[in-house]
Design a protein around this ligand. Structure first.
Ligand SMILES: NC(=O)c1ccc[n+]([C@@H]2O[C@H](COP(=O)([O-])OP(=O)(O)OC[C@H]3O[C@@H](n4cnc5c(N)ncnc54)[C@H](O)[C@@H]3O)[C@@H](O)[C@H]2O)c1
Length: 260
């Protein structure tokens, strides 16, 4: 069975991986990003932002699935500097995109009666348990967010659960592992065995998103983890993800890390 799927953030690191895997499986994919989406013809690559509510709502019409990846990404450092330059990007980056933009997305999905959404959360919502070696982590682990970006993903999981419960949509909030966005991040993962254990290859990311949209009989709200295979220690328990979607990772660090 093939679906009509809207992917937001489709030109980004994980968006491109999702689009590639979904197109390969014969799904009809519409990209939504502030820049054109590689791998999609112009007619299927919408160039817009969440502020363009009319475009967003029109894009939702007739969709079977929505994969929501567009967001302001995490800062490597928090606060960004030392006083007096110790600010953050909460008000000017995270709130407009990860809170207001997410709300616009969910409202558009509710109005269009989208049956299933996959929302990009992050393993950073339970980050502090890893430092405390309280692993492996399941979907029911108490929130222990890293910084302010992770707090916006706690909100994403909370509002995802509300929209699922109140509006009857199936929502999978996926706590994604680390898929490096540039060579600096590749080098960072190379230096840390723990980071290698939460690595998510583009290939496995694509397989996860395909499994999440294709899985039969998904209803209600779910938290899932998506990583590649761990090398030394199991940090995120993938058994709930496997039971829900059938996803089984195939790669280990560094497979695919520098395939952009
Ligand atoms: N890459 C990772 O390791 C990782 C880990 C955990 C969670 N995530 C989450 O996965 C999602 C995708 O991450 P990524 O690494 O691909 O990020 P990315 O920065 O490579 O891609 C994000 C894309 O979203 C687009 N975008 C941002 N704001 C937008 C807006 N308002 N309207 C339209 N498009 C917008 C950007 O142009 C970009 O192409 C994000 O939600 C991120 O928080 C990523």
């Amino acid at each position: 069975m093939t679906y009509r799927i809207l992917v937001t953030g489709s030109a980004g690191r994980l968006g491109r991986a999702a689009v590639k895997a979904l197109v390969a499986k014969g799904h009809h994919v519409i990209g939504f990003d502030v820049r054109p989406t590689p791998g999609l013809p112009p007619g299927q690559s919408l160039v817009a932002t969440f502020g363009d509510v009319a475009v967003l709502r029109a894009a939702m019409q007739g969709m079977d699935r929505v994969i929501h990846l567009a967001a302001t990404p995490d800062d490597a450092k928090y606060p960004r500097g030392t006083p007096p330059d110790d600010g953050d990007n909460f008000l000017d980056g995270l709130v407009p995109n990860n809170i207001v933009g997410l709300y616009n997305l969910l409202e558009a999905a509710r109005l269009a009666k989208i049956p299933r959404l996959v929302l990009a959360s992050t393993g950073q919502v339970v980050d502090r348990h890893i430092d405390a070696k309280q692993i492996p982590l399941t979907g029911s682990a108490r929130f222990a967010p890293r910084y302010l970006y992770a707090c916006t993903k706690v909100f994403l999981e909370a509002i995802g659960e509300v929209y699922s419960r109140e509006h009857g949509m199936a929502v999978i909030a996926v706590r994604l592992g680390w898929c490096p966005r540039d060579l600096g991040q590749v080098a960072e993962i190379e230096r840390s065995v723990e980071d290698q254990d939460v690595y998510l290859s583009p290939g496995d990311a694509g397989r996860f998103f395909a499994a999440a949209v294709e899985a039969e009989a998904v209803s209600g709200f779910h938290v899932a983890y998506a990583t590649s295979r761990h090398r030394t220690e199991l940090i995120y328990d993938l058994s709930e993800t496997r039971a829900l979607t059938g996803f089984v990772p195939q790669d280990t660090w560094p497979t695919g890390a520098t395939e952009w």
